[in-house]
Design a protein around this ligand. Structure first.
Ligand SMILES: [Zn+2]
Length: 80
């Protein structure tokens, strides 16, 4: 697989981003991204979306960690 198409790249993009590809395939993807602005743009958007989803999941975990009672106590302490 020395030349990948846009369709192939997009089909394996999650594996590429997660670093699950073998070195040769990854290299082919890197080469394609060098010459294909539309795939670079797609990859950038894809990464942004992942960051966004991961960020949201972390925020939800933090909220779940703080029980409402603890939150109320913390607010009372701030007021004093
Ligand atoms: Zn492409």
């Amino acid at each position: 697989m020395s030349h990948v198409t846009c369709i192939e790249l997009i089909a394996f993009l999650d594996s590429y981003v997660d670093d699950e590809l073998d070195a040769e395939t990854r290299h082919s993807f890197d080469l394609h991204l060098l010459v294909c602005p539309s795939c670079r743009a797609y990859l950038a958007t894809y990464r942004e979306t992942i960051e966004l989803v991961r960020g949201t999941a972390e925020q939800e975990e933090e909220l779940a960690h703080d029980s409402p009672a603890e939150l109320i106590e913390a607010m009372k302490r701030v007021k004093r």
